[in-house]
Ligand binder design. Structure first.
Ligand code: SF4
Length: 209
């Protein structure tokens, strides 16, 4: 296992953080969802002992500086308490840098990038992203809206469309839902994954993935 010498944080703010042999990047604190189950929604910005509280949104340069050697990690994951695709251009630039230095890139996303940015972002993402984990979260819009409280109308339909299109552009696509939330039907979510020929990951509440 490779351990970064500094864990690549800036002095004042944790931009990158290592868990097992993966390096995670926290590039924004903004979301288009306000998930009831999310620690951030409940005022808790820590993950596995790392405090991801934002003092400012890091620049592209600060994020790249927070990645010591991407090739030493199993993968570099855009994650954190915020939706990374909200900063699409920053994400793409950092992802290109990671790839140029021999790293593997994964994005953990709500799958709403196309709805937010009003165009198909997948061709751009597909040029630099090796894997994408999309939070499906529910088998229908009623349960999705109950737990995720989206700001934008049509969010559930948008995430379903994103899931359908993603495998055309990104080599490894998976979707997830959280076990134990009221009304969430894990077998039904697994069936949706199977219909698209992609992986399903059952998540446990409060565990990072
Ligand atoms: S999208 Fe992610 S970070 Fe944002 S509120 Fe939902 S679970 Fe939390």
């Amino acid at each position: 296992m490779y351990f970064s010498s500094t864990l690549r944080s800036t002095v004042s703010q944790q931009i990158s953080y290592q868990i097992d042999n993966k390096l995670y990047l926290s590039i924004t604190d903004r979301c288009t969802l306000e998930c009831r189950f999310c620690p951030k929604t409940q005022g808790n910005m820590s993950i596995k002992g790392y405090d991801l509280t934002f003092e400012h949104r890091p620049t592209t340069e600060e994020i790249i500086d927070a990645i010591d050697d991407p090739g030493h990690y199993e993968e570099v994951v855009f994650c954190g308490y915020g939706e990374p695709t909200l900063r699409l251009n920053v994400l793409l630039e950092v992802a290109r840098n990671i790839k140029s230095r021999g790293g593997r890139v994964r994005i953990n996303t709500d799958g709403l990038a196309n709805l937010v940015h009003k165009h198909n972002t997948l061709p751009e993402l597909g040029k630099t992203v090796d894997a994408i984990s999309i939070s499906l979260n529910a088998q229908n819009s009623e349960i999705y809206n109950l737990h995720c409280r989206p700001n934008l109308p049509g969010s559930y339909a948008a995430v379903r469309e994103f899931i359908q299109d993603a495998p055309r552009y990104i080599p490894e696509v998976s979707i997830s839902a959280i076990e134990g939330l009221e009304g969430v039907d894990i077998p039904a979510c697994r069936t949706i994954a199977r219909e698209h020929g992609i992986k399903f990951r059952r998540r446990i509440l409060d565990q990072l993935g």
